[in-house]
Design a protein around this ligand. Structure first.
Ligand code: F6P
Length: 462
C-alpha cells in the first residue's frame, strides 16, 4: 500500500500544540495517518553543525524526521536564498531581491543534505510530496540519488511572470528543477501560465494539448490546485467564540464602534503600508466615520533576521504612530497595530465580530485569511470582505469587494462602501463566497493533488 511522504521546510510536530498547528498541518496529518506516513523537514533548530542524521519521532502511524541546521546553512538557505532571492522575486519585488552566489550555493547544499538524509528513509511504494519554494531542487537531487518513486511539488507562493522570473540569475535552473517532479501544482491559472511561458519560451520545452508539459527530457503534469481551508473547524470555532473571554473583551471595547480587521504575517508582500495609507485616506475623505470605526491590524513578526523585514517593521511603526497621532481622540484610537500572534480560536472570534475583513496584499499565492474571514461570519449578518485582486484567493472569491491595493483612493472608497453596504447585498455576497470556500476546501486541494500524483507517471501519447 502506498505511503505518503511529505517534505517541507517547517514541520508541525503534534506535541507542539494543536492550536498552533495550522490547517495545512491538520490536512496533511490526516493523509499521513491513512496508510502511515513520513513528514520530513527542518527541526526549527539552529545548531553548531547541521544534523548528520535526522531526529526521528513517532506519533501514531506517522514518523517525523527532522534535521537541525547550522547557522551558516540556515543563513544562506532560509534567510538568504529562499527569503532574500526567491521570495521577493516570486512576489514581484525585484527591488528588494538580493542575489549572492554564497546564498545560492547554501540553498543547493541544504537541498542536497535533505535529499541525502531522506533517501535512506524511503520505501519503494512511497509517494513523495514536496512543499514550497525552499525545496524546489529537492526532487532533482532525489532523482540524482536514484529515487524512482512518484514525486510531487506544490508551490504555495505565486510563480512570477517570465519577465520577472528571468531577473533571478538561477531562473533556468529553478525551472529545470521543477521538471524533475511528476506533478507540479500551482495556486492559480496565472501561475501555471507563467510556468508554461518559461518552459516554452526560455527552455525550448512544450506544453502538450492534454496539459502535460514536456521539457528537460521529462514529461510532467503541471496544474492548478488552489489551496483551501478546513471549513468545519473554522465555522465551529466562530460560532462558539462568543464564550471566549477575548471575544467578550473585544466586543466590550468596540461596543460603540465598528471594526475592520487585518491579519497578516509582517511581510512586505502583504501591502501593509499601503493599507495603512488607504485607511488614512479613508479617514480624510469620510470624516463622518471618525470615532465610529477602527482598524485592528494583527501582524506577527516574521523572518525577523532578514533586513527587509526589519525595515518594514520600522516603517509600519512609524505609519501607525502617524495615523494615531493625527486622528486619535481621547476616547477613540483609529488604528490598533499589534505585533502579536493569536490562536486560531481567538482569531475566529475576532473575524466574526469584525464588520470588514481587509485582505490587501500586493501579491499573494492564495491568502487563507480571506477564506477564514468568510467562514467565520454569521450568515444572517455577515461582514464584508475587501480583497486584493492580486491575492490568489481573488480568483475564487469573486463576490468580495475586490480592490487594487496600489490605488489608495480606490481602497478608501471600497472601505466606505463596505461600511455602508445594505444587509441584503452583504448576505448575497457572503452566500456566494461561502459556497466558493466550501467547494475549494483543504480536503479537496489535498485529494485532487494526491489523485494527480497517484496517476503518474505521465507519458506522452504518440
Ligand atoms: O506563503 C508561503 C509560506 O511558506 C506559507 O506556506 C507559510 O505560512 C509562510 O510562508 C511561513 O513562512 P516562514 O516559514 O518563513 O515563517
Amino acid at each position: 500500500m502506498r505511503r505518503l511522504v511529505v517534505v517541507s521546510n517547517r514541520v508541525a510536530l503534534p506535541d507542539e500544540g494543536a492550536a498552533r498547528a495550522g490547517g495545512l498541518a491538520v490536512a496533511l496529518q490526516e493523509a499521513l495517518q491513512q496508510n502511515g506516513g513520513l513528514w520530513f523537514g527542518w527541526s526549527g533548530r539552529i545548531t553548531p553543525q547541521s544534523s548528520d542524521s535526522p531526529h526521528i519521532r513517532q506519533f501514531g502511524q506517522v514518523t517525523f524526521a527532522t534535521l537541525d541546521l547550522s547557522r551558516k546553512d540556515h543563513a544562506e538557505y532560509y534567510n538568504g536564498y529562499a527569503n532574500r532571492s526567491l521570495w521577493p522575486v516570486f512576489h514581484y519585488r525585484i527591488d528588494l531581491a538580493d542575489f549572492t552566489r554564497e546564498n545560492y550555493q547554501g540553498y543547493l547544499r541544504v537541498n542536497t543534505l535533505f535529499a541525502e538524509k531522506l533517501r535512506p528513509l524511503l520505501r519503494d511504494e512511497d509517494e513523495i510530496w514536496v512543499h514550497d519554494y525552499h525545496l524546489i531542487p529537492l526532487g532533482e537531487e532525489l532523482r540524482r540519488l536514484g529515487i524512482r518513486q512518484r514525486l510531487g511539488f506544490f508551490l504555495h507562493t505565486p510563480f512570477p511572470a517570465m519577465e520577472v522570473l528571468v531577473v533571478l540569475p538561477s531562473a533556468s535552473r529553478i525551472v529545470r528543477s521543477l521538471a524533475a517532479y511528476d506533478v507540479v501544482g500551482f495556486q492559480t491559472a496565472a501561475d501555471l501560465r507563467a510556468f508554461h511561458d518559461h518552459v516554452t519560451l526560455e527552455s525550448a520545452g512544450e506544453v502538450l494539448s492534454n496539459g502535460l508539459v514536456r521539457g528537460f527530457g521529462r514529461t510532467l503534469k503541471a496544474d492548478v490546485f488552489p489551496i483551501g481551508i478546513d471549513v468545519g473547524p473554522m465555522v465551529a470555532a466562530a460560532e462558539s467564540a462568543h464564550r471566549l473571554a477575548s471575544t467578550r473583551r473585544l466586543r466590550r471595547n468596540f461596543s460603540e464602534c465598528k471594526l475592520m480587521i487585518g491579519v497578516d504575517r509582517l511581510d512586505y508582500s502583504k501591502g501593509l503600508p499601503e493599507r495603512f495609507k488607504s485607511f488614512e485616506r479613508f479617514l480624510e475623505k469620510y470624516p463622518a466615520w471618525r470615532g465610529k470605526v477602527s482598524l485592528m491590524q494583527i501582524a506577527p513578526s516574521s523572518r525577523a533576521d532578514v533586513p527587509e523585514y526589519m525595515q518594514i517593521r520600522r516603517q509600519l511603526e512609524a505609519e501607525a504612530g502617524h495615523i494615531n497621532g493625527r486622528f486619535a481622540e481621547f476616547d477613540w484610537t483609529p488604528l490598533h497595530y499589534l505585533n502579536s500572534s493569536y490562536q486560531r480560536q481567538t482569531l475566529a472570534g475576532f473575524y466574526r465580530f469584525s464588520q470588514i475583513g481587509v485582505v490587501s496584499p500586493l501579491r499573494d499565492g492564495m491568502n487563507l485569511v480571506a477564506k477564514e474571514y468568510v467562514a467565520a461570519q454569521n450568515g444572517e449578518d455577515p461582514g464584508v470582505l475587501v480583497l486584493s485582486r492580486f491575492a490568489g484567493a481573488a480568483r475564487e472569491l469573486t463576490s468580495a469587494l475586490q480592490i487594487n491595493p496600489y490605488d489608495l483612493e480606490g481602497v478608501a472608497d471600497a472601505l466606505a462602501r463596505a461600511l455602508d453596504m445594505p444587509i441584503e447585498e452583504r448576505r448575497d455576497r457572503w452566500q456566494d463566497l461561502m459556497s466558493a470556500v466550501r467547494t475549494g476546501s483543504l480536503d479537496h486541494w489535498r485529494d485532487s493533488f494526491l489523485k494527480a500524483l497517484t496517476e503518474a507517471p505521465y507519458t506522452v501519447e504518440t
